[in-house]
Design a protein around this ligand. Structure first.
Ligand code: NAG
Ligand code: NAG
Ligand code: NAG
Ligand code: CA
Length: 361
């Protein structure tokens, strides 16, 4: 229940990335490219910048912001670049379906004197689709990034999009990479702070400068954003709190912050059910959730699926009147958002149900 309510609540914190003007079709671009290519060859001018001709290791190396910060030493020889054609996104719960081409760029850097190596990956839109935008993305659980699920989020909007491994190695994961505790039992604080915020910050400043160089933006403004959910939401908050002018906007979903509080929240519903010795089916909660959303959504003045006035919601919602209402749910397969599989359910809301729900509110 609380998951679904927060899902709706944090939508209200979303700052939309403006929609981009439609781009010419691929066919048109090819003929334009051919025409300009022909003219350019004749005039011996700079060739038309297509994905294929800009996505090279040499171009990446030329665009590396080697002086971005005295504490960062980028390794030019680590650079990779390869054009990826026809990447498609379908049925993602994070973004609309999309299909696009991009330049897949990776390179590594170290902190002088620290004997570490951090690898960043940026997906670059084709030059004709670039919209002067940069997007940093985050991870989930104890992973600092979400791999291609993060990288694919910005490219359809014309944004160079980045992830970092934060120096955690191929697992990208603070807990499972095995380096968080030294053999003597003390904490590896370098790694902890990289995961906490410095890895994200470094990816952002490197990615922004790299983008400006790669697309030869000159003095044009680069619009920078952050997007992440859960651990990725926490990473985003870590950035906007510490580096207020680093991004023009941030999409912070379900930030995994206040961990001691959060872990107790995870246990709380189970403990309450056990204490009250009452174990209703998930369908009952879903019915109450539906009612709550329908009742509370308009209290903020706009019926948009978002409960922005949680204070009024708590004050005015009277669940007792649901006692005696019938609820039903079809059989459900198990899943991340539903928990275990469940059979079809038909029931009637009881006073014990409302007592439990009120305890959990
Ligand atoms: C991007 O490049 C890296 C480094 O070569 C590689 O590991 C990764 O699989 C590539 N991603 C795609 C989608 O091609
Ligand atoms: C524990 O080991 C680490 C890594 O070798 C070292 O830097 C640190 O000083 C050690 N701490 C103690 C208390 O011995
Ligand atoms: C809750 O609302 C959703 C969306 O309208 C609906 O599909 C679902 O059946 C409802 N659940 C219950 C228990 O009424
Ligand atoms: Ca609303």
């Amino acid at each position: 229940m609380s998951t679904s309510i927060t899902t709706r609540l944090y939508r209200s914190y979303i700052l939309p990335i403006e929609s981009i003007p439609s781009v010419p079709s691929k066919k048109m671009l090819t003929s334009v490219a051919l025409a300009i290519g022909g003219l350019a060859a004749a005039a011996n001018a700079v060739p038309f910048r297509t994905l294929a001709n800009v996505c090279t290791v040499a171009n990446v190396q030329n665009a590396l912001p080697l002086n971005v910060s005295p504490g960062i030493s980028i390794v030019p020889s680590s650079a990779t670049a390869s054009a990826v054609i026809g990447w498609s996104v379908t049925n993602s719960n994070m973004q609309p379906n999309a299909q696009f081409d991009f330049c897949n760029v990776t390179f590594s850097y170290s902190h002088p004197g620290k004997n570490d190596l951090i690898t960043v990956t940026y997906w670059l839109p084709a030059p004709q689709n670039f919209q002067n935008r940069y997007l940093s993305t985050g991870g989930g659980g104890y992973a600092i990034n979400s791999g291609s699920n993060g990288l694919q989020m910005g490219v359809p909007y014309g944004a160079v999009t980045g992830i970092t491994d934060g120096g955690l190695g191929p697992t990208n994961n603070l807990l499972t990479n095995g380096n968080l505790l030294y053999a003597n039992g003390s904490i590896n604080y370098e790694e902890l702070y990289m995961f906490g915020y410095s890895g994200q910050h470094e990816m952002a400043i490197i990615g922004q400068a790299f983008t400006q160089n790669f697309y030869a933006m000159g003095t044009s403004k680069l619009y920078s954003y952050y997007q992440g959910c859960s651990e990725g939401g926490r990473e985003g908050l870590s950035q906007v709190q510490r580096f207020a002018d680093q991004f023009d906007g941030a999409i912070i979903g379900a930030p995994a912050i206040r961990l001691p509080f959060q872990q107790i929240q995870h246990l709380y519903a189970g403990v309450a059910e056990q204490t009250l010795n009452h174990y209703p089916p998930g369908c009952m909660f879903e019915y109450v959730l539906n009612y709550t959303l329908a009742f509370c959504d308009p209290l903020d003045g706009l019926v948009d699926g978002v409960v922005a006035r949680t204070d009024l919601c708590k004050l005015k919602l009277n669940l007792n009147k649901l006692i005696g209402q019938k609820y039903s749910c079809a059989a459900q397969a198990g899943g991340f958002e539903h928990g275990p599989a469940s059979p079809a359910v038909n029931g009637t809301i009881t006073a014990a149900d409302i007592n439990l729900v009120s305890t959990l509110r």
